[in-house]
Ligand binder design. Structure first.
Ligand SMILES: *[C@@H]1O[C@H](CO)[C@@H](O)[C@H](O)[C@H]1NC(C)=O
Length: 269
């Protein structure tokens, strides 16, 4: 911390000290309000659109969710949703045991760029009586950048390395399958997601794994090979990526679903 920053903080603090009694009072009131909120049912943020469960529901949801995604991009403090762009993923492990690719790949400290702002939901198919929501979306660009470690075989070739990785998915069609289950709290119905299945279908994948084999030339050759065969390679990896994204999407969705009653999210007709 620079001396100047310390000074500013210090004088800020000094300023607040002179206001101590009223500030304390405010804090106490605020804390009491927060505690009350923690117990009471919440509602969707006011700038979210809501949809009635009528004949137009699936269409209405497309627009409402497209707006909501953009509103959630920077996260939401009230619901404890972190910023989604870039989306930070601590670790993502892929264990692919299917020949011809047997691979263990770990991605760490991953930042996923562009995924939210270039996503558009295109269609919903819902069956809320069975707590099922299916949705098709398209994402222009998903750029995942972070550290990798891998060893195993791809297309019969041994592959090993660790360093920086960049996986970029272009024009990805995603099918989302949200499988919910109802639960009651204080006599009110809620729906949480048990499972969130994701199926990623990109038009193109660019891969760059720096430092494969700890050898610059071999690494270059292997990266070229991976990109030339991106669809075969990605098809083997995508179950792992899809599963990881599914878990992340489920946890984010549940931050809303577990706090907001079912009838406040999906209005009765
Ligand atoms: C990742 O790869 C994509 C596609 O090749 C490229 O456009 C992007 O600039 C790369 N990102 C980084 C951080 O290198």
């Amino acid at each position: 911390m620079s001396a100047r920053m310390r000074n500013t903080l210090h004088s800020d603090f000094g300023f607040k000290l002179t206001l101590l009694p009223p500030v304390w009072l405010l804090l106490c009131v605020q804390l009491a309000v927060q505690l009350a909120n923690a117990v009471a049912a919440k509602d969707l943020p006011t700038n979210f659109d809501k949809c009635k469960r009528d004949d137009n529901f699936d269409k209405c949801l497309v627009e409402a969710v497209n707006n909501a995604i953009l509103l959630l991009k920077d996260g939401n403090k009230e619901f404890g949703i972190p910023p989604l762009e870039p989306l930070a993923i601590k670790s993502l492990v892929i264990d692919s045991g299917n020949a011809p690719i047997t691979l263990k790949q770990t991605l760490k400290n991953l930042l996923v760029h562009d995924m939210i702002s270039t996503s558009k939901v295109q269609r919903y198919r819902t069956d809320l009586n069975n707590h099922l929501i299916i949705c098709d979306s398209k994402t222009d660009r998903i750029e995942m950048v972070g550290d990798y470690e891998m060893s195993g075989r791809i297309l019969l070739l041994p592959i090993t390395g660790n360093g920086k990785a960049n996986l970029t998915l272009i024009n990805t069609r995603i099918e989302h399958r949200l499988i919910g289950e109802p639960f009651m709290r204080d006599g009110v119905k809620y729906m949480r997601l048990k499972e969130y299945r994701v199926d990623l279908n990109p038009k193109r994948v660019y891969m760059q794994f720096d430092n494969l084999f700890n050898d610059r030339l071999l690494s270059q050759t292997m990266n070229r090979f991976l990109n030339d065969n991106w669809d075969t390679v990605f098809n083997e990896l995508k179950i792992g990526y899809s599963r990881s994204f599914g878990k992340i999407f489920r946890d984010i969705s549940n931050k809303l679903f577990e706090e907001i009653p079912f009838d406040s999210i999906f209005l009765s007709p």
